[in-house]
Design a protein around this ligand. Structure first.
Ligand SMILES: [Zn+2]
Length: 251
């Protein structure tokens, strides 16, 4: 079956951003994730301007600051028009990053300016690809602060947030903290929030088959009927090819 997929050029190996469960220490696919709703803090942070004014960005993951590679705003957002193309400095890390504009950014969300990190979520991956941004990894595949991280190194990223927030607070980078209801992707086997890392994995190409999947779904009589909706949502929500390799250790 696998060799057949290779022959049909459906299976391929690629080193790139992949979903990782830090607890199970394996790559997983979109199919292995579920959504969990939780309350979280939305931090509004001041990025000092280098050749422009300061800009404030909102994030739920301040521990990712060290992997920030750009700040994005919406091109139609008049508040930030003069910032596009300018350089700002990432708090605590003194990294210089560009302010870029992309229609994907929702001006209503947070401050309307957001940081792109390698990698906080799938949107980060999409923008990183589209604009050929740098890669700065600060969370290793076990979920620990590593690499270019200078704060809380060796600590689990989930616990590192507190240390990073303390430093941000003592250096006066926090403008305000909002409470926010957020949906988080977790691994369905263990409920651990999923991270994105870079690994060499095997994939099955199937995004080009979405129309055929739609068709196949229409040809099935569904019991119970709501499973059809679930199937359609799944097909339309597919964003990356199917990662089929796992790093599971038994025993
Ligand atoms: Zn897991």
């Amino acid at each position: 079956m696998f060799l057949d997929l290779i022959r049909k050029k459906r299976a391929y190996r690629n080193k790139g951003p992949v979903l990782i469960c830090p607890s199970c220490r394996t790559a997983i696919s979109q199919i292995d994730m579920k959504d969990v709703q939780r309350d979280t803090d939305f931090y509004h942070l001041r990025f000092n301007g280098v050749d422009s004014g300061d800009i404030s960005i909102a994030t739920t993951r301040p521990e990712m600051l060290g992997s920030c590679v750009a700040v994005f705003v919406n091109p139609d957002d008049a508040r930030y028009r003069e910032y596009v193309g300018k350089t700002v400095s990432v708090p605590l890390y003194d990294l210089k990053v560009k302010v870029l504009a992309d229609p994907y950014v929702d001006p209503e969300k947070g401050t309307g300016a957001e940081m792109v990190c390698t990698f906080g979520d799938q949107n980060d991956v999409d923008l990183w690809r589209k604009y050929s941004l740098e890669t700065r990894i600060i969370i290793d595949n076990d979920g620990r602060m590593a690499g270019d991280s200078i704060i809380a190194k060796g600590i689990m990223s989930t616990d590192a947030r507190k240390a990073v927030v303390e430093q941000l607070r003592s250096h006066d980078y926090i403008i305000k903290v909002e409470k926010k209801r957020q949906s988080v992707n977790v691994h369905e086997r263990c409920d651990t929030p999923v991270e994105i890392g870079i690994l060499d994995q095997w994939y099955v190409r199937y995004l080009d088959l979405r129309e055929r999947m739609d068709e196949a779904g229409r040809g099935i009589k569904w019991y119970p009927e709501f499973m059809k909706v679930r199937y359609d949502n799944w097909v339309h929500g597919l964003k990356v090819d199917w990662c089929i390799s796992r790093q599971r250790v038994f025993g």
